[in-house]
Design a protein around this ligand. Structure first.
Ligand SMILES: [Zn+2]
Length: 275
């Protein structure tokens, strides 16, 4: 699920996503659902550590950004995203928050964008700096004061943030010149509903909140943005891999072999620790 949103001016009148939450257990207590607004949260606060293996090893928690599958997958989705932005006349400067190993920024730079990135994980940040030849910031505070970017992107970052509203409102929004792009797993997707607690993108060890398009739009509105477009990604490579895994077929030379999708990136965060 991808959402694009425009800054809507003053965001001084924000209120919490839900002023009177009441929680009930879901999936045997793995998640908690707010009975007032419907937002799902992981019941146990994730305290995941994003070290080098998270970015280099395929497995239950990591993802190898260097693999052939990762390169093909990232090229397809990021080139498509950049083309859509350019079709809106937005080509200029872009800030990728939680840029991980830099795949999006590498594609953006090759297409002529002025690139900047924020990455909290040292391994990923240093690798991306060497790829781009551009110094990156460890947090949003590390960017030049007052610096705005035409486009700001959050690819699989927001679901890791413990306090998403102040993060979006106070840290992200001041950096957005024209457009914000947010990509998160879609908790109301068919895959989520079919697989339930075993949905691969649930990742309760890492994800703090589990967003639907409606609740993400509401959160962004509260943070001072005006949602302008909500889309769901069609992921043929990923769908093929999921199908093969579901059928328990061995991954052949033509089949993607990993068992995890590109995860959330090492991300700036506020609040309760890594997650
Ligand atoms: Zn609520």
């Amino acid at each position: 699920m991808t959402i694009t949103a425009l800054p809507s001016g003053s965001s001084s009148s924000w209120s919490p996503l839900c002023p009177h939450p009441g929680w009930e257990g879901v999936y045997g207590g793995l998640l908690s659902r707010c009975t007032s607004c419907g937002l799902h949260a992981t019941s146990a606060q994730p305290e995941f550590v994003y070290d080098e293996t998270y970015f280099t090893e395929d497995g239950t928690a990591g993802y190898n950004f260097e693999s052939e599958f990762a390169r093909a997958y990232d090229a397809a989705r990021f080139e498509s995203e950049l083309r859509r932005l350019e079709a809106r006349g937005l080509k200029g400067s872009v800030l990728d928050i939680g840029c991980a190993s830099g795949a999006f920024l590498v594609h953006a730079q090759a297409r002529g964008w002025e690139v900047a990135g924020v990455e909290v994980a040292d391994f990923a940040r240093e690798r991306t700096e060497s790829l781009l030849g551009v110094p990156l910031a460890r947090s949003l505070d590390g960017l030049p004061a007052g610096k705005c970017f035409d486009v700001v992107t959050l690819h699989h970052v927001l679901e890791h943030i413990h306090e998403p509203l102040p993060f979006l409102r106070d840290e992200v929004a001041p950096r957005v010149g024209r457009l914000l792009v947010v990509e998160v797993p879609n908790f109301s997707s068919l895959a989520s509903r079919v697989h339930g607690p075993r949905w691969r993108d649930l990742r309760p060890d890492q994800h703090v909140f589990h967003y639907t398009p409606a609740l993400l739009s509401r959160l962004l509105s509260l943070a001072g943005f005006r949602p302008v477009r909500v889309t769901t990604l069609w992921e043929p490579l990923w769908s093929l891999r999921t199908a093969l895994n579901s059928l328990r077929l061995p991954a052949g030379s033509r089949a993607p072999s990993q068992t995890r999708r590109p995860p959330a990136r090492g991300r700036p965060r506020r609040g309760l620790g890594p997650g």
